[in-house]
Design a protein around this ligand. Structure first.
Ligand code: T46
Length: 134
């Protein structure tokens, strides 16, 4: 069965001093990284996302705390809790994503394959379904 959740386990290079993870474009991140952003200080009960991207690929990592992603390809939906700085969620193009259940200490770091471009977003779910059913 097709799974929508694809994760990457990063090597922890930590030692007795603490943890360390190294992220390298086209090595343990499967694209050239053009942008990094992070989401933090999320208020209790808020949800984010609710869009898809036409071309953008991303890897999301909860470097602190936790949150829950819903990934939806227009046919199926799957949920994934991110709660480890050594685990990345690969978010492919053309999937609807939602983020829920942010812990107060969540820092969600996202590595993106391209620069910010509002024209790459599909922010209306009905438009997303139309595109996916073509
Ligand atoms: C995604 C999920 C996981 C920028 O100006 N530059 C940026 O690089 C980003 C990411 C956002 N923005 C602006 C656009 C909006 O005016 O910041 C504002 C908040 O962005 P948005 O409402 O799209 O944030 P989220 O948390 O709903 O979605 C974000 C990313 O936008 C999106 O690509 O896949 O995180």
């Amino acid at each position: 069965m097709k799974t929508l959740i694809s994760t990457i386990e990063f090597n922890s290079l930590g030692d007795e001093r603490g943890g360390l993870v190294s992220l390298e474009a086209n090595e343990n991140i499967p694209f050239s990284i053009k942008r990094v952003y992070y989401i933090f200080g999320s208020k209790a009960g808020i949800a984010r996302g609710f869009h898809a991207h036409k071309k953008l690929k991303q890897v999301a990592i909860a470097v602190s705390g936790s949150c829950r992603f819903i990934i939806d390809d227009g046919q199926f939906k799957e949920s994934k809790v991110l709660s480890s700085p050594t685990e990345g969620l690969l978010i492919d193009s053309c999937v609807w994503r939602e983020m829920h259940d942010f812990s107060h200490d969540c820092v969600l770091m996202v590595l993106a394959s391209d620069y910010y471009d509002e024209a790459d977003y599909i922010r209306n779910y009905q438009d997303f379904l139309k595109i996916m059913r073509k």
